[in-house]
Ligand binder design. Structure first.
Ligand code: CP
Length: 323
């Protein structure tokens, strides 16, 4: 593997899940694989789980991890080609990325969308400019439109939590929120579940909240939450802002918040959320604190997902640092 930006970079999803679960059983299984290697973790936006789980994953592989909060500590970066840098940006990615490529063997990058310009966000300019100019493998720590480490974690969590001899029924349901949030987690979850092909998958959302078809194709789509929840084994709860009329909040109907009453129509479904979550807006206390919630297990599994992906990137890398 040379980069990890989406499901298209994962040649074998099931093999990644299996590798992650092997690491969960034995975290130090490949403790020298990353010896002498460094990963730079660049954050243009906040994070708790992604930052810490990727650092731990790197350490488990004997790899040094250095975090750089670009958004707070770094020079303001320019990403546009041929930019006239007379505004607020100080350093172009064309200088910054190759330097980071000399300091590190792998580069992780978190860069959220603006939610102002759909074309720019969906071109993934920022992370693609790092890929273009850094010369080393890049791993997405959540980009403008996708969150692949989260989605791999989600499939790991579903795999280890489901034991019936049939496909799991998975419902991804929109939930209310007070802010306009990216579509990344929902896009990415849909992309991974569809590519995995081992689930009966439905996405429920209010009118005007459709996602990009290139991620949802293969899933059943509905505006009726109870239809998606019917006999579901897993309910994945997530807010996203509008995609078509980009980055807006049209509906904040509290009726879309998941409650224990709504879970009665499921097969005692496990409830998932990527976190952070707004309690009693996106998800009720009773669900988050109840026996059906997988959110802590899900977040803990971020380590094993990152470790499995770093393993593939290390095996695929032939870069010698500081050369
Ligand atoms: N789920 C997730 O990416 O969490 P953080 O934003 O805390 O990294």
């Amino acid at each position: 593997m040379k980069k990890f930006l989406s499901v298209h970079d994962a040649p074998d999803i099931q093999a990644l899940i299996d590798q992650a679960l092997a690491y969960k059983k034995n975290p130090r299984l490949s403790q020298t694989l990353g010896a002498g290697k460094r990963i730079g973790l660049l954050f243009l936006n906040p994070s708790m789980r992604t930052r810490l789980s990727t650092q731990i994953a790197a350490q488990n592989l004997g790899m040094e991890a250095i975090v750089f909060n670009v958004g707070q500590d770094g020079w303001a970066l320019e990403f546009e080609e041929e930019a006239i840098m007379s505004g607020t940006t100080v350093e172009h990615v064309k200088e910054a990325a190759p330097i980071l490529g000399r300091y590190f063997d792998v580069l992780g990058i978190r860069t959220f969308p603006s939610l102002k310009n759909k074309e720019e966000d969906y071109q993934e300019l920022y992370i693609n400019q790092f890929v273009k100019y850094c010369g080393i493998p890049v791993i997405s720590l959540e980009s403008a439109t996708l969150h692949p480490l989260q989605s791999l974690t989600d499939l790991i969590t579903i795999t280890e939590s489901f034991h019936a001899e049939r496909k799991p029924k998975i419902a991804l349901t929109w939930a209310p929120h007070v802010k306009a949030l990216p579509q990344c987690v929902a896009n990415s979850f849909a992309q991974w579940v569809n590519a995995w092909g081992k689930a009966d998958f439905t996405i429920a959302y209010p009118e005007d909240y459709e996602l990009d078809e290139k991620f949802t194709a293969g899933a059943k789509l509905t505006h009726h939450q109870e239809e998606a929840l019917h006999e579901a084994d897993f309910v994945y709860v997530k807010n996203w802002s509008t995609y078509t009329d980009y980055g807006r909040i049209y509906c904040n109907d509290p009726k879309w918040m998941l409650t224990n009453k709504k879970l009665e129509g499921t097969r005692n479904a496990k409830v998932m959320h990527c976190l952070p979550v707004r309690r009693n807006v996106e998800l009720s206390d009773e669900v988050l604190d109840g026996a059906n919630s997988l959110v802590t297990q899900q977040a803990a599994n971020r380590v094993w997902a990152a470790q499995a992906v770093l393993t593939e990137l290390l095996k695929g890398a032939n870069h010698t640092p500081n050369e």
